[in-house]
Design a protein. Structure first.
Length: 148
């Protein structure tokens, strides 16, 4: 029985995509890599494909953080600071759930991210809801699908 983990999305099957893994016994984060060579132009942002999706229990969220060296070595930041992957993002009716990272290049030079290069880390976290929260709305769609 699956509880939480990562899978490769259909369009990247058989393309040698590495599933995220922790690098040490005490690491909280699972390293997430680039699915293909990607160039981020200077002073611009780009959606960077990871080729993966995540599944987890309904009371958990996957938080995505940039790797600490990304900013000072490559002048890249995760545009939304922390990515939030809700449990219902996985295989919802309108979206397979590929995790895309919105990266911004604040440097003066274009930056090449190589396929397989570790660019972020994901941490699974349990969360709580407030009393009288009986929301039963089902997600449809991908990035930004819960409204403005």
């Amino acid at each position: 029985m699956k509880v939480r983990g990562f899978e490769v999305v259909k369009k990247y099957l058989n393309q040698d995509i590495s599933l995220p893994e922790r690098k040490t016994k005490a690491s909280a984060g699972y390293d997430i890599s680039c699915a293909k060579d990607t160039v981020i132009k200077s002073q611009s942002f780009l959606f960077v494909a990871t080729g993966i999706k995540a599944y987890m229990p309904e009371d958990e969220v996957l938080q995505i953080y940039p790797r600490s060296s990304l900013s000072f070595k490559k002048q890249l930041v995760l545009l939304n600071s922390v990515g939030i992957i809700d449990s219902d993002y996985y295989n919802n009716p309108d979206n397979e759930g590929e995790i895309m990272l919105i990266m911004y290049n604040y440097g003066q030079d274009d930056v090449l991210l190589k396929k397989g290069e570790r660019i972020a880390q994901g941490i699974f976290i349990k969360y709580s809801t407030v009393d009288n929260d009986f929301n039963n709305i089902t997600r449809l769609g991908g990035l930004g699908s819960t409204g403005n």
